[in-house]
Write a protein that binds this ligand. Sequence first.
Ligand code: NDP
Ligand SMILES: O=C(O)C1=N[C@H](C(=O)O)C[C@H](O)C1
Length: 247
Amino acid sequence: MTIRVAVLGAAGRMGTTTAQAVRAAQGLELVAELDAGDDVTALAGVADVAVDFTVPTVTEGNVHALLDSGVHAVVGTTGWDDAALARVRTHLAQTPDLGVLVAPNFALSAVLAMRFAAIAAPLFASVEVVEMHHPRKVDAPSGTAVHTARGVAQARAAAGAPPMPDATELDPDGARGADVDGVHVHALRLEGLVAHEQVFLSNPGELLTIRTDSFDRSSFMPGVLLAIREIGTRPGLAVGLDAYLDL
Ligand SMILES: NC(=O)C1=CN([C@@H]2O[C@H](COP(=O)(O)OP(=O)(O)OC[C@H]3O[C@@H](n4cnc5c(N)ncnc54)[C@H](OP(=O)(O)O)[C@@H]3O)[C@@H](O)[C@H]2O)C=CC1
Ligand SMILES: O=C(O)C1=N[C@H](C(=O)O)C[C@H](O)C1
């Protein structure tokens, strides 16, 4: 059966790439390309799945409108916090057949980097995350870096790992970066880059570096297409593409 797909944020960098990928994919039909100012509820009865690559300020509202319209939501837009996810979970209780996937990164290399970092985190004294992106990105730190740091913090807490050593007392300009659940995250914005992340894990005398690079937005498309194909069989809320990969 053909899956009818709508793209939100269709005029943007990811929306354009996603629309092209959907057009070229077997078993998918691109039925709508919406951007700022368009009415999401017009998708009721028109689309089975909508892919949201918009902006952090509007993505949650889009998801609620999609659920009200009977449309599954594959969300790549960043900016989601626990409270927003909880509101979506509550909404989904009224629409039990629908699925929402919020995935901070659809690239397989990034999904695996996040998983590897969580596995390694309890075994090292220090862990810090550095993300590097193109300078047109509006949010910092990246959604991927936040998700990575949370995964690291959860794994360390579950293993009873001690606090990381850090003697910093004086940092008036925030040189130590953002503190995400106790993990320091640093954001670089550099012309010519797309999306890159390094996780540094160290012990006395050793350093492990886990690195993921998206050189091109095509890197996100296999994950996006997988999510579109799977979401109809996975009702409820999932956070992170790894939930669909059975990792
Ligand atoms: N999960 C993943 O794998 C990835 C996630 N991302 C994330 O995806 C998001 C989009 O990134 P990117 O494509 O680079 O950003 P862009 O700024 O290129 O695209 C965003 C698009 O959304 C449009 N838009 C704004 N408001 C609405 C609205 N209410 N309804 C529909 N469309 C709207 C914008 O229009 P206008 O310009 O007129 O405001 C713009 O065309 C970001 O949050 C980014 O971090 C990016 C890459 C991979
Ligand atoms: O804005 C981007 O470009 C990206 N955004 C996502 C993020 O914030 O993690 C995913 C990827 O890093 C590209």
